[in-house]
Design a protein around this ligand. Sequence first.
Ligand SMILES: [Zn+2]
Length: 130
Amino acid sequence: MEMWLQNAGLSLAPQKTEAALVSSRKVDFYLTQVLSGHGCFRHNLKRFGHAEKYWCPECGRSIVEDARHVVFECRRFARERHRLETTAVRSIPPGNLVEVMLENQMLWDAVAFFAAALMQRLRSIEQERR
Ligand SMILES: [Zn+2]
């Protein structure tokens, strides 16, 4: 998890200003799943015996479906990612997600909306698979 937090741009020892900003904003269920990397990503599902494979069913066998892949790379979520990047007026490479959301409330909400869209769709895909 430590590696994922760093990839998402969240230091394990956030600076005082970041901590103050985070404490003033709501971290909902979906945002928690994305930031912690503990959502229903196949990498996690396989680890706990809820999926046979850990790779992304859309992107191929060599691509592990984990939080980093889903948030920053997976083509299934290109439209949602594009919408977020349009709102943020920049591309968001791994390592910048938290930095972007800490800028202001609008971007925080945009990242939270993005996280909810990803996780709800992943959950729906997972429910259809079972
Ligand atoms: Zn993918």
